[in-house]
Design a protein. Structure first.
Length: 260
């Protein structure tokens, strides 16, 4: 079921992106006037300037939390390093902004973004007692990325990468006592991606992008989930893990072209 859900989200994101690009192409009454600036190329659109806009699409993920000791159990032994795996998917969207500088056909820039994402999933705990419920959630992503692209006519093919920050939570509800324990923390990692953009005659930029995000999940050594169970062999250990997120987004922005 997870595979089908991820496919639906990916297809939905791609479809949304194609609709946005198609709408932009259909609504353009004519080409954006060519600009001769930093490019020094006749007949070449200049992407130099600042832009602001938004993006919308779908995301799917693989989230794994590791325990370093017998932290979730109320009896018996759980091997060190036991992992709980989740695969939430959902929709996401947010704001983007940045700046470009063009030299010849090459475009260099920096982009910042903030997106809300609906990545939440609950499952029956694989540990004893098996009726406990585990829930993980990632609800936003913030990025600072460098961009490099190659432009021709009204098109820009770009790649990007940089730092990403987020908030991750893991919650356990004890079925026997009703006690809830959770860890909720700021996490960070790296992101890589790329995409294709088209600029209309009115400086509106429409495009599609793919993003891969890798987050390092960790908690304080106090292990706030540990009190639910009985920890064998010493003090509670930290809970750690990893989240890998894939996203396909349609994007639209307005490019503020500097005056000559």
């Amino acid at each position: 079921m997870r595979i089908f859900a991820k496919r639906r989200v990916a297809i939905g994101g791609i479809a949304a992106a194609l609709v946005v690009i198609g709408a932009g192409l259909a609504s353009a009454d004519g080409p954006r006037p060519y600009v001769v600036g930093a490019t020094d190329l006749q007949g070449q659109t200049d992407w130099t300037g600042f832009y602001i806009g938004g993006k919308l699409g779908g995301a799917w993920s693989d989230i794994g939390w590791n325990q370093d000791a017998n932290v979730f159990t109320t009896g018996g032994a759980v091997p060190t390093g036991t992992e709980v795996s989740f695969g939430p998917s959902g929709f996401g969207g947010g704001i983007i902004g940045g700046g470009n500088a063009q030299v010849g056909h090459w475009v260099f820039g920096v982009e910042l973004s903030y997106s809300g994402v609906d990545l939440s999933e609950s499952m029956t705990s694989p540990f004893f007692p098996a009726t406990d419920t585990l829930t993980t959630k990632i609800d936003w992503l913030g990025t600072v990325e460098g961009r490099i692209g190659y432009s021709w006519s009204h098109w820009l093919l770009f790649g990007k990468g940089g730092w990403v920050g987020s908030n991750a939570s893991l919650t356990l509800v004890n079925s026997a006592t009703g006690v809830t324990s959770s860890t909720d923390e700021f996490v960070d990692g790296y992101t890589l991606g790329g995409g294709l953009e088209f600029i209309t005659h009115s400086n509106i930029v429409l495009g599609v992008e793919y993003d891969y995000t890798n987050l390092n999940l960790s908690t304080a050594a106090s292990c706030p989930l540990c009190p639910i169970g009985i920890v064998n062999g010493g003090a509670p250990q930290a809970i750690s893990g990893n989240a890998q997120i894939n996203a396909v987004m349609a994007r639209a922005s307005y490019l503020f072209v500097p005056e000559d």
